[in-house]
Design a protein around this ligand. Structure first.
Ligand code: BGP
Length: 469
């Protein structure tokens, strides 16, 4: 692996930070989302109700534990830490004239803490989060006004954190707007009964793509050192058989991915994008100047999440679960406690496919195993299953870099300290190297405890990926 390879972990404010009503922060869309629900979409309330548990309110309380947590990252030897800024901490209502100084100061302190240990912050601007007021007053990303507000937010943080943050990502899993069961997480949209959902969705996607391009441009103008990436929920999908139709079905599954990454990496709606618009019968407006903006704001690197793979084809058994996606079962793979199929080779295959298509540096921004952890009588947590999962995925990443010569410069495991699940709001679905004492009802001491995988990952990083056993 390259000597400057960025090993680390990744998190999101809405699942980790907490402090939802502290430091002048406004409400975010997640603050009205109930938890925990296993297997069903989570309920969204129109306002915060008493007696209801909302996981984002405290999450796992990075807000009050950031020094302790970053110290633990440093102890593992992290080279980078991917995190997100909560937009509502900077602009509590999204359209405020001035930013919230307390919020800016909070992230100053977080970045300073990272820098103290030579940990490079990698910052996502929109991780399934926007101020709730933007949903109430503008309808979320269905409204073009969000472009201007998002760019103002981006410019504010680029200016403030110049010299402290160099790596940025625009929208987390931007394509999840198309593939998740609702576009709430990604875009703050709830469909109205009388509207054409497809048109709303494609319009919102266009607005986010324009906002993404303007954000990249602004980042480069404010600091030529800035590197900005996209973030894609990659769907590694295999044909069920060698039947040609199965191959085409798999190709179709990739369309909602290429739709976003083609624009973000190549700067225009490619034939693939246009074919997908046609297939879906989508009608939406492109304003004067938008296409030029897209050309001017292509990303510096491509980042993606990878947890599992799926299968598709004629007669597939659609009983497998996955990251916001359901899909076909693969008889050759085992599954996690949450039914996500474990496929390390799929990571190598995906890295190759993506690099072949775009030929820009890659960053694996999420990977990991959500599992039930058990505390032994002596207080230890022996998460060998997590070590096994990560070992095989890191080996696949190494093979992609060292054998296939894919240019990948970073890898961050999901939720290095346990955080709330995005999909289900559960706490018991844990990804971390560090256990946090909180349960599905938000009860616990929030005490941190190192798991066995903590010591393992530390060795992996110290050896730059050589010592995986
Ligand atoms: C991705 C998100 C994350 C994260 C992860 C794991 O979709 O970017 O926010 O949570 O998947 O999913 P879950 O939390 O549902 O296990």
């Amino acid at each position: 692996m390259r000597q400057d390879f960025l090993w680390g972990g990744a998190s999101a404010a809405n699942q980790y930070e907490g402090g939802y009503n502290e430091g002048g922060r406004g409400l975010s869309i997640n603050d009205v989302e109930r938890g925990a629900s296993h297997g069903k979409p989570r309920e969204i309330d129109d306002k915060i109700k008493s007696g209801v548990y909302y996981p984002s309110h405290n999450a796992t309380d990075f807000f009050h534990h950031y020094k302790e947590d970053i110290k633990l990252f440093a102890e593992m030897g992290f080279k980078c830490y991917r995190m997100s800024i909560a937009w509502s901490r900077i602009f509590p209502n999204g359209d405020d004239a001035e930013p919230n100084e307390e919020g800016l100061k909070f992230y100053d302190a977080v970045f300073d803490e990272c820098r103290k240990y030579n940990i490079e912050p990698v910052v996502t601007l929109h991780h399934f989060e926007l101020p709730l007021a933007l949903v109430k007053n503008y309808g979320g990303w269905r409204n073009r006004k969000l472009i201007e507000l998002a760019v103002k937010y981006a410019k504010t943080v680029f200016t403030r954190y110049k010299g402290k943050v160099k790596y940025w990502m625009t929208f987390n899993e931007i394509n999840s707007m198309f593939i998740a069961k609702t576009p709430w997480h990604q875009a703050g949209i709830i469909y109205r009964a009388d509207e054409n959902k497809i048109n709303v969705m494609f319009q919102a996607a266009h607005y986010q793509l324009v906002a993404s391009a303007l954000t990249v441009k602004a980042a480069h103008e404010i600091d030529a050192e800035n590197k900005v990436g996209n973030m894609i929920l990659y769907n590694c999908c295999y044909p069920l058989t060698c039947r040609p139709e199965d191959q085409l079905i798999v190709h179709e599954n990739l369309l909602p991915i290429y739709y976003f990454s083609d624009v973000q990496c190549r700067g225009y709606y490619t034939n693939t994008c246009k074919a997908y618009q046609k297939k879906m019968g989508a009608q939406f407006e492109i304003a004067d100047g938008d296409l030029e903006t897209l050309r001017e704001g292509t990303v510096d690197f491509y980042s993606f999440s990878y947890y599992s793979s799926l299968v598709d084809g004629v007669g597939a058994d659609y009983s497998a679960d996955g990251n916001l996606l359901d899909g076909g079962k693969n008889p050759y793979l085992e599954s996690s406690d949450w039914g996500w199929q474990i496929d390390p080779l799929g990571l190598r295959y995906s890295l190759n496919t993506i690099y072949d298509r775009y030929q820009i540096p890659l960053f694996v921004s999420e990977n990991g195993l959500g599992a039930l952890d058990k505390i032994e009588d002596d207080g230890s947590i022996n998460d060998d299953y997590r070590i096994d999962y990560l070992r095989k995925h890191i080996q696949a990443l190494k093979d992609a870099c060292e054998i296939d010569l894919v240019d990948c410069f970073g890898y961050t495991t999901w939720g290095p300290v346990d955080i709330v699940s995005a999909g289900t709001g559960e706490m018991k679905k844990r990804y971390g190297f560090v256990y946090v004492d909180v349960d599905d009802a938000g009860k616990g001491t929030f005490e941190r405890r190192r798991k066995k995988s903590f010591y393992w990952y530390k060795k992996v990083i110290a050896s730059n990926g050589e010592e995986l056993d």
